[in-house]
Design a protein around this ligand. Structure first.
Ligand code: PMP
Length: 421
């Protein structure tokens, strides 16, 4: 049954081959897209087509296939730029994933820029990928890391964040959207505050780029990172985008082939951006196949996807909230959020010790063919603040519909009864 008219659910579901399979004798209900999304046929085919038709190394050969592969690889870069509203493809650097993109920026911009006394501001709700690299950078440069806290209700303390931004701040690094609570953060406003003190805004867009129309110019961010695999594309391709004028003066990340202009035995000079940051043979096939994912998303329309997911999230919050003892972590009703819902099941809502361990809930759901994530979601500080070991996380995407939610709710009710006995 279709929940909204925003999307043609029957067609969409038929285009994702994996959704047709059975798990433990049940229809697969895939609610783990925040970990990685499923892939439409067009993306899967594009990977094989690359190897069948134009497989060759890029930027190296003088032969026909090398030209074709190079052209497709660079066209893909321009396509990614267009997807996020960036004018200049030179701002797009291919990485393996969001994690590598953040580390790349920390090790190039951060090492070149920061000195003792400078401050990096981040938050307690960040994925480890957007926290640990800044800890490492602070240790390397003598800069100080300031961390805005999460409130007991699992939402970011925005007043505290605003208060941490000062003339000492050189960078604010924060997520657009939480991978645990689904909260969407006001990055435009935080960007204005950062810019007012001469700092940059770095946005971890791993959980927003797949779900929310993104325009780096309209948002006025300085750099963002995201992963192809969470937005219908292949694994092994991530994107760092930064304003070209920020990348231009930076030193390389890794040394090797492709990133140099000239090499002597004792020194080397660097290639222009973005090649300077792409040492070695890149992930050509997956960069090219990523185009199919972006075409797929734009073909449906990011606004329509957002509308569908907002309706589904609203329905999920209402239906899950009716299950006795089920506690949802995250933004209050009406606050901006994605279709990521984290929760725990307590047999006695008043007794924290009656928590059904999220791994047990995940195992029971798996037996019913439902794929969710149970764990700390790479957010140890957040779990510590909430005083819980983990949560169960159901994350919805464009191929999920109300029947997936129905199956989840029924299985959770059964699970509660099973552990209540
Ligand atoms: N940031 C956030 C908010 C994420 O959800 C994730 C993936 N769970 C990452 C960063 C890291 O992404 P990747 O594993 O693709 O590097």
């Amino acid at each position: 049954m279709a929940l909204t008219r925003a999307l043609d659910m029957e067609r969409i579901r038929s285009e994702f081959p994996i959704l047709g399979r059975q798990v433990h004798g049940h229809r697969l209900v895939y609610l783990d897209s925040a970990a990685t999304s499923q892939k439409p046929r067009s993306v899967i085919d594009a990977v094989s087509r690359y190897y069948e038709d134009i497989n060759s190394n890029v930027h190296r050969g003088v032969h026909y296939l090398a030209d074709q592969a190079t052209e497709a690889y660079e066209n893909a870069r321009a396509r990614v730029a267009r997807f996020i509203g960036a004018d200049d493809p030179r701002g797009i650097v291919y990485t393996r994933n969001t994690t590598e993109a953040i580390n790349l920026f920390a090790r190039t911009w951060g090492v070149a820029t920061l000195k003792p006394g400078d401050e990096i501001v981040t938050t307690e709700i960040e994925h480890h990928s957007n926290l640990v690299p800044w800890q490492m950078l602070a240790a390397l440069t003598g800069a100080t890391l300031r961390v805005a806290p999460v409130r007991p209700d699992a939402t970011l303390d925005l007043d505290a964040l605003r208060g941490l931004i000062s003339p000492r701040t050189r960078l604010v690094a924060m997520s657009h959207c939480s991978n645990v609570t689904g909260a969407i953060h006001p990055i435009e406003e935080i960007g204005r505050l950062a810019h007012a003190v001469g700092a940059l805004l770095f946005v971890d867009a791993a959980q927003s780029a797949p779900h929310i129309p993104l325009d780096v110019k309209a948002l006025d961010v300085d750099a963002i990172a995201f992963s192809s695999h969470k937005m219908l594309g292949p694994t092994g391709i991530g994107i760092l985008w930064a304003k070209p004028e920020i990348l231009e003066p930076l030193p390389p990340f890794m040394g090797g082939g492709s990133m140099i202009r000239e090499v002597w035995t004792d020194h080397a000079t660097w290639a222009d951006i973005p090649a300077r940051f792409e040492a070695g043979t890149p992930n050509i096939a997956d960069a090219i196949a990523f185009v199919e994912a972006l075409d797929y998303l734009d073909g449906i329309g990011m606004n329509a996807i957002r509308e569908h997911e907002t309706t589904l999230a609203g329905e999920a919050l209402a239906r899950l909230g009716e299950i006795p003892g089920l506690r949802i972590y995250g933004p209050p009703t009406g606050a901006p959020r994605s279709a990521v819902v984290s929760f725990n099941l307590f047999i006695d809502p008043a007794d924290p010790d009656s928590l059904v361990h999220p791994h047990d809930v995940g195992t029971v759901l798996d037996a019913a063919g439902i794929a969710v994530r149970a764990g700390h979601h790479c957010c140890n500080p957040l779990m510590r603040k909430l005083d819980i070991p983990a949560t169960v996380r159901a994350s919805f995407y464009l191929y999920n519909d109300i029947d997936d939610l129905d199956t989840l709710v029924t299985a959770l009710r059964n699970c509660r009864e099973m552990f209540d006995r």
